[in-house]
Write a protein that binds this ligand. Structure first.
Ligand code: GLN
Length: 200
């Protein structure tokens, strides 16, 4: 049971974009649709038009950066953020949003921070969500090496920040789109609905 109202209950149909240049965008689409959002894959700037929020998936941040440059998506993505539309980045998506990439959240991501050899592990992460810790899957994951004063750290692994929020931007270093726990996506969709109501 979820404490969050469904889109049907609020009468709000929201449409969320998933950056689909590279990475596991299809897994995000499935989770978001399962939670009642309409989803559009974003490959060029015009795809951002009239979206209520955006997910940047996991994948490979160097390849994704090349795609953003090729499609001239950097400034449109920053403009989307400035318009108050929530953005959610997971793993490589967290890296894409940091100071050294799109500059949308005031963090510096350390890539492959758990060690290149540690390709993948699962651990319980306490994010303060109702229902207790998340069983989180980390795949060659980053952590947040530095962050500014307006960034709220939501979770840590061994003292290293792995989830954070700054205003309407949410980032996690793990892969909530893989597995069957949808609470992090539900948290993001709630922020999308709140932002839409605030703008109405
Ligand atoms: N290691 C990847 C990078 O640096 C991120 C891994 C992932 O998204 N699962 O881009």
């Amino acid at each position: 049971m979820s404490a969050l109202p469904s889109p049907a209950a609020t009468g709000e149909q929201i449409t969320v974009g998933v950056l689909a240049l590279q990475g596991d965008f299809e897994a995000h689409r499935a989770v978001l649709e399962g939670l009642g959002a309409a989803v559009r894959e974003v490959r060029v700037p015009a795809d951002l038009d009239s979206l209520d929020g955006l997910v940047i998936p996991g994948g490979e941040s160097t390849t994704m950066t090349l795609g953003v440059e090729r499609e001239k998506l950097g400034e449109p993505l920053r403009e989307f953020h400035r318009a108050g539309k929530p953005i959610f980045g997971t793993c490589a998506g967290l890296i894409m949003l940091d100071r050294e990439h799109l500059g949308i959240i005031d963090i510096r991501a350390e890539r492959n921070a758990f060690g290149r050899q540690v390709r993948s592990f699962e651990t319980d992460v306490e994010m303060g969500l109702p229902g207790g810790p998340i069983e989180a899957l980390f795949i060659r994951a980053p952590w947040i090496a530095e962050y500014g004063p307006s960034v709220e750290v939501l979770a840590q692994v061994d003292g290293n920040p792995v989830a954070a929020r700054e205003g309407t931007v949410l980032v996690v270093a793990f892969h909530p789109e893989l597995g069957d726990d949808q609470r992090v996506h539900a948290l993001f969709l709630q922020a999308v609905r709140d932002a839409r109501l605030a703008a109405a």
